[in-house]
Design a protein around this ligand. Structure first.
Ligand code: AGP
Length: 609
């Protein structure tokens, strides 16, 4: 989704802005632009469709100036072209970059046109810049003008504003789209993600909903939603400067697939004793809350939703607690009945997904016992607004296709199930067995990654296919869904997942020799049932690719390719069996030559509805 970078400094900032945009490329975008105040009353803007590199190439001459803003745009209102790219300007004086969606932009546009403003773009953002320009006719204060303008907006915004007549400052406003201020020495910065600013600072102030801040080289003054000046503490980031570096790997996605054994180790570290889960990993109040949980509602989107689906199987059969799971964009518009003693769990890699956040905010008034965020970004809105939080510690995930975020979410969910189970008479031996299985997981993932060569060869058989089916049963059904999502996301091959028992209720009609069928088959209690479903496919000429436990006794022949995985504890199989499916998608995408890390039309962090 869109990315923002801004700077006020004594040195020239154009290169800092470009580097910040590069570090935000992973979010997905279709155009990029920047505006720099060269000197008082001299605002220079440059925009390009396509990659940040195109913008950089367009900067033939150096662009001097110590105050500037920059943006990568993911089109919502108006097609991806230069006219619609940010920054938007009014009368060559005011420039704005904006993330989010202004819902009442049409009405404001008409109002501003009546007042004589001429619009250059089809974007919702352009109303903001003209509103600020209009407000500045009544006041000299940029911050007052921004507050007046944003008070007229409905929707979501993270916006940064500069005025060429006041070249020493920028004003930022946050409502619904995250913004972080980076503190330097004699210079200050702003961005939509702290990753963009790591080359210039490690001190960050995360703005709260409704905050407006005025930023100069030496000062940051923040007002909260009520207009009161507030002191928001600065936090030191421990993220590595190179977090955005793919090292020896060809793509971030491949690096992140291989990061998984270590990411899972990190997710488990200091969270397990030999015979119990340390509940404090979820927050200081966790034990007290978990003791009173009678029902769990999980809400998430995309890949995070798939991890929630796995957790439902675990929660009901291990912790003996009823568990419901729903896609956030659906949940937020329902009027759910919340049973007494319900814990709301939201899951998100970014912690900024608009629908998941909206579901959390709605739940505050719905009678939940408490809310828990399972998230990879500590400073995210989701974490800050939840009662409890479990940090997945996957490390920065750059590839749009989520990999290590998913497997570490599953680890967090397994720990949650056990932690709640500890209050529900979960059998002590079973608990110890599960803890041992979790501890052996990183090694199992390492062994599974050794299959990469075999999977790379297999991928050749998928590259010319138009459609695929993924099958699983029980807690492997969501893994089949995740495998299908990965394949369609990065290779653009149509992929569907079915609970294997559903085949004969319709999808069996699709089976022919052009439709590869991927099956996930660990050695669990549903194996024999799954084998019957596999036979149903074989009998109709389907071509099968079975990822199976080596003890599951599947044998390769003309109609079936078997890829044997190391033997794994059945409860851990959803995590282990995810890896070969990630690798399969990756290698198919490589053969097809698609943009693995930034697939078309997708964004890493979906901060709009
Ligand atoms: C995963 O590969 C996707 N890119 C997408 O489904 C993602 O999981 C979804 O947008 C939710 O994001 P979140 O985990 O940051 O909330």
């Amino acid at each position: 989704m869109c990315g923002i970078v801004g700077a006020v400094a004594q040195r020239d900032v154009a290169d800092i802005l470009l580097e910040g945009l590069r570090r935000l490329e992973y979010r997905g975008y279709d155009s990029a632009g920047l505006a720099v105040i060269r000197e008082a009353n001299n605002l220079v803007r440059l925009r390009r469709v396509g990659k940040v590199q195109a913008l950089s190439d367009a900067m033939i001459d150096p662009l001097p100036g110590g105050t500037g803003i920059a943006h990568t745009r993911w089109a919502t209102h108006g097609e991806p072209n230069e006219r619609n790219a940010h920054p938007h300007i009014s009368h060559d004086e005011i420039a704005v970059v904006h993330n989010g969606i202004i819902e009442n932009h049409e009405q404001l546009r008409v109002q501003l046109q009546r007042a004589g403003y001429v619009f250059e773009s089809e974007t919702d953002t352009e109303v903001i810049v003209h509103l600020i320009h209009a407000s500045l006719k009544e006041t000299d204060s940029l911050v007052t003008a921004v507050k007046t303008a944003v008070s007229q907006l409905r929707g979501a915004y993270g916006a940064v504003v500069v005025d060429s007549r006041q070249p020493d400052r920028m004003v930022v406003a946050r409502s619904g789209s995250p913004l972080v201020i980076g503190l330097g020495i004699g210079e200050n910065f702003v961005a939509s993600d702290s990753l963009a600013l790591l080359p210039v600072t490690r001190q960050f102030i995360y703005l709260e909903e409704g905050d407006v801040a005025e930023i100069t080289r030496t000062e940051v003054v923040i007002e909260d939603a009520s207009g009161k000046v507030v002191d928001r503490p600065a936090q030191e980031s421990s993220a590595s400067y190179d977090a955005g570096n793919k090292g020896e790997y060809r793509h971030f996605m491949l690096k992140e697939i291989y990061d998984q054994p270590q990411a899972v180790r990190n997710a488990l570290e200091s969270r397990l004793a030999d015979d119990h889960v340390l509940e404090q990993s979820f927050g200081a109040q966790a034990s007290e809350i978990f003791a009173n949980v009678k029902h769990v509602q999980i809400v998430a989107c995309g890949t995070s939703y798939h991890s929630a689906m796995v957790a439902r199987y675990w929660m009901e059969s291990l912790a003996n607690i009823a568990c419901s799971v729903e896609i956030a964009s659906e949940y937020r518009y329902r009027k759910p009945i919340v049973p007494e003693g319900s814990l709301l769990v939201t899951i998100s890699q970014s912690g900024e997904t608009a629908d998941t956040l909206a579901a959390l905010r709605m739940a505050r008034h719905s009678g939940y016992l408490a809310t828990l965020a399972i998230c990879n970004v500590g400073a995210s809105s989701l974490v800050r607004e939840s009662d409890l939080a479990f940090m997945t510690r996957a490390g920065v995930e750059i590839g749009v296709a989520s990999t290590k975020a998913f497997t570490t979410q599953l680890v967090g969910l397994a720990l949650l199930v056990l932690a709640i189970g500890q209050h529900q008479n979960l059998n002590a031996l079973l608990l110890e067995e599960m803890i041992a299985a979790l501890k052996s997981l990183p090694e199992q993932l390492e062994q599974t990654l050794l299959l990469a060569g075999e999977i790379e060869k297999l991928a050749e058989e998928f590259a010319d296919k138009q459609h695929t089916l993924f099958l699983g049963r029980g807690d492997q059904y969501p893994i089949a869904m995740e495998g299908a999502l990965k394949l369609k996301e990065i290779s653009y091959i149509h992929a569907e997942a079915y609970a294997a028992g559903e085949l004969k209720h319709g999808p069996l009609a699709l089976i022919d020799e052009d439709m590869p069928i991927v099956v996930v088959a660990p050695n669990n209690e549903l194996l024999e049932k799954l084998k019957s479903n596999v036979e149903e496919v074989r009998a109709r000429g389907g071509l099968l690719y079975v990822f199976a436990d080596r003890d599951a006794r599947f044998i390769s022949d003309d109609t079936m390719r078997v890829i044997n995985l190391p033997h794994t504890h059945p409860w851990m199989a959803p995590i282990v069996y995810t890896l070969p499916l990630q690798l399969l998608s990756y290698y198919v995408a490589i053969i097809k030559g698609t943009d693995v890390d930034q697939p078309r039309n997708l964004a890493k962090s979906v901060t709009v509805e």
